[in-house]
Design a binder for this molecule. Structure first.
Ligand code: PLP
Length: 358
């Protein structure tokens, strides 16, 4: 197995892939793959219902929330959210902490009056704003944040309490990486392809009271109510992806649950941040302390030539996906739930050796 540090899609647990391989052509004696089954069959229904129930339990999702499995990636949520909840005469406030929040804001502006609640763009998105820097209105349709900024490598360590103003988070790149007080959020959404499974499934966790306020004047397939009313079986869901997601959830359970995974994520990230911090400036982290992501570790190497050499040698040594996002350059190690401790250790050692050599 490669040392897979891809930002997304990213590593899946080997055990999950092996189980899927075993069951690929004959799922539980049905004589067919789960992806060949009717989405209305009893067998598939079990996979679907179990995955929803398992996520609710694992992530401590309160009773008054729905879990939906949608398609179109997190990017479609950028559109669906304002389409359903941003009504005429209202504003929605967006906190800008990176490229994905910019994209979410851009889509909201197409559909209504979206405004910026705070932005750390001037600081090249090195930090998450302080709670008292957030400017939103008491009658906003919602406040939108990006809990982890995949490209810049920053993450909200804590979440603001927005009171009666619905808080919505794009958690694509840190969902299920640590325990979260779900009750703070009116809605959470995430593409599955980092911590939850393969791409093709988008998870939405939505408070029922918030859902009830959704506009009725939304195309059927883009309405959250449609999917909630039909238990995410309004049309053909991405059945194989949902099956895989269910297996990833079982794996998280077997690891000891979200708390155990969070502890390991902290240890994994610390291996790499410690090398950066002890390098006397040979490596420079992009994110400021306090805003550092445990999922995407972004850093630069001393100078451009050495950085090229670092990336080339790392590739040679078997590390995959270490190049920073094409929009910012540099290096990025994505250390999602399924990335083994050993991979992070190998990278930390490689970084130390590279520095020693140069
Ligand atoms: N939001 C965040 C934080 C992301 O990291 C990504 C993808 O990397 C997206 C949104 C876009 O997700 P998708 O490709 O599922 O549309």
């Amino acid at each position: 197995r490669a040392y897979n540090l891809n930002a997304g899609p990213s590593a899946l647990p080997l055990e999950v892939l092996q189980k899927a391989q075993e069951e690929l052509v004959d799922f539980k004696g049905a004589g067919m793959s789960v992806m060949e089954m009717s989405h209305r069959s009893k067998e598939y229904d079990e996979v679907h219902t179990e995955a929803i129930a398992r996520l609710k339990k694992l992530y401590n999702i309160p009773e008054n929330y729905e879990v939906l499995f949608l398609q179109g990636g997190a990017s479609l949520q950028f559109t669906m959210l304002p389409m359903n909840f941003l009504k005429e005469g209202q504003t929605a406030s967006y906190v800008q902490t990176g490229s994905w929040s910019e994209k979410a804001f851009k889509e909201a502006k197409v559909l209504g009056n979206a405004v910026i609640a705070a932005s750390t763009k001037e600081n090249n998105y090195k930090n998450i704003p302080a709670f008292d820097e957030l400017n939103y209105n008491a009658d906003d349709a919602y406040v939108h944040i990006t809990s982890n900024n995949t490209i810049f490598g920053t993450e909200w360590a804590e979440f603001p309490d927005t009171g009666d103003v619905p808080l919505v988070a794009d958690m694509s790149s840190d969902i299920l990486s640590k325990p979260v007080d779900i009750s703070k959020f009116a809605m959470i959404y995430a593409g599955a392809q980092k911590n939850l499974g393969p791409s093709g499934v988008t998870v939405v966790i939505i408070r029922k009271e918030f859902l009830e306020t959704a506009s009725e004047n939304v195309p059927t397939i883009l309405s959250y109510k449609t999917h909630a009313d039909k238990n995410s079986l309004y049309n053909t869901p991405p059945t194989f992806g949902i099956y895989m997601l269910g297996e990833v959830l079982k794996w998280v359970e077997a690891q000891g649950g979200v708390e155990a995974v969070a502890k390991r994520n902290e240890e994994k990230a610390a291996l790499i941040y410690d090398v950066i911090d002890a390098s006397n400036g040979f490596y420079t982290g992009h994110a400021v302390e306090g805003s550092r992501s445990l999922m995407n570790i972004t850093f630069r190497v001393a100078d451009e030539e050495l950085e090229k050499q670092f990336l080339a040698e790392a590739k040679e040594a078997g590390f995959v996906g270490l190049n920073g996002h094409r929009s910012v350059g540099g290096c990025r190690a994505s250390t999602y739930n399924a990335v083994p401790y050993e991979t992070c250790q190998a990278l930390a050692n490689f970084m130390k050796d590279f520095q020693a050599k140069h």
